[in-house]
Design a protein around this ligand. Sequence first.
Ligand SMILES: NC(=O)c1ccc[n+]([C@@H]2O[C@H](COP(=O)([O-])OP(=O)(O)OC[C@H]3O[C@@H](n4cnc5c(N)ncnc54)[C@H](O)[C@@H]3O)[C@@H](O)[C@H]2O)c1
Length: 387
Amino acid sequence: MFRYATLNNIAEVGLERLGDNFVKTDNLDEAEGILVRSAKMHDMQFSDNLLAVARAGAGVNNIPLDALAQRGVVVFNTPGANANGVKELAIAGMLLASRDIVEGIDWVRSNWNNPDIVSDVEKQKKQFAGTEIQDKKLGIIGLGAIGVKVANAAVYMGMDVYGYDPYVGVDSAWHLSRKVTHVTDINEIYRNCDIITIHVPAMESTKGYINKEAIDLFKPGVIVINMARDVLVDEKAMIAAIDDGKVRRYVSDFPNPIVAGHRGCITTPHLGASTEESETNCAIMAADELKDYLENGNIIHSVNYPSMDVGICRHAGRVGVFHRNIANMITQFTTVLGDDGINISEMSNKSKGDVAYTVIDVDSPVPADVIGKLTAIDGVFRARKIK
Ligand SMILES: NC(=O)c1ccc[n+]([C@@H]2O[C@H](COP(=O)([O-])OP(=O)(O)OC[C@H]3O[C@@H](n4cnc5c(N)ncnc54)[C@H](O)[C@@H]3O)[C@@H](O)[C@H]2O)c1
């Protein structure tokens, strides 16, 4: 029986998937698994009972990944589970920005008690006229889970779509419509596109991605959509370009003092993944990852340990060892097992940066003192008896 705790509301439909082998606890110290959304975990103290943290969502900057890796605690996230929600908001952003829908609605609201509203509409509506997105050039920066969905939806809406992603994954490439033009020079997007949307992660290397030099290359009247993170755009330069008339509208899901309320900016309060469906998908994926890891030792979608899928254990025992990615570790594990007369049936080892994970299936039950001997090896963070 495993004990788990939740640090935020996690959709019940996800928790139900954990099944009878799991019981919820409010005592974090006894939890082997934690499910979390946005709660900040950097200042938390963790007990040695903790084996895994599953984040229902993609971003993991609320979780101390390296510190947990050094304790042999696996952190999971749910890539792509909210991609459709963000895609739909990005498409909505393009439509809102192209048609002046927001200011049109504001005008109607401010005229709610105008007795001449019906005739005034016909006089006033020309100030809210816009353009259509069909046949416009859309540039997409980042063709991951969200970027690919935006690209394909835009193709269906009759847009001429250009995609840039030097690190595009096989899965994304496989799902991308063949009508999307693959761009290898980002400046082509900056120079030619009518609408530009960015879907890359916020990292040191992507901060200020769309900067003044990029904006200088834009066509006049461009619309920029940012559903990824505000730090990806030099927003002061963006505001200056809006004020100059170079950028028609900047749509962002991240209100801050620079953009909130500025004319030409349309900001939503971080609504990208705020849909019932996204929250459900994330909770289901996070629960499935946690269950598979705690019950079988499999690691799918971890951000601090390598992937490892060795299925269900069909042997007498299974041990998982988290350790430094250095020479001579495996020999020491096999020696400990061999000295105890335990025969190894199968073994898998994977590494990710400085850390590694080894799963060993054996032909006889593993005594507790063998786990103790494995844990005592220099460079081992944790040894765990899985079966
Ligand atoms: N608004 C919201 O509520 C919300 C919700 C979910 C995700 N997001 C944001 O959207 C981002 C993208 O999400 P995703 O699920 O598509 O992530 P993803 O990891 O599936 O895709 C990111 C893509 O960016 C590409 N990339 C990385 N560096 C790049 C670079 N320098 N130039 C071009 N492409 C680059 C990667 O190769 C990858 O294909 C997330 O990192 C997150 O910040 C926002």
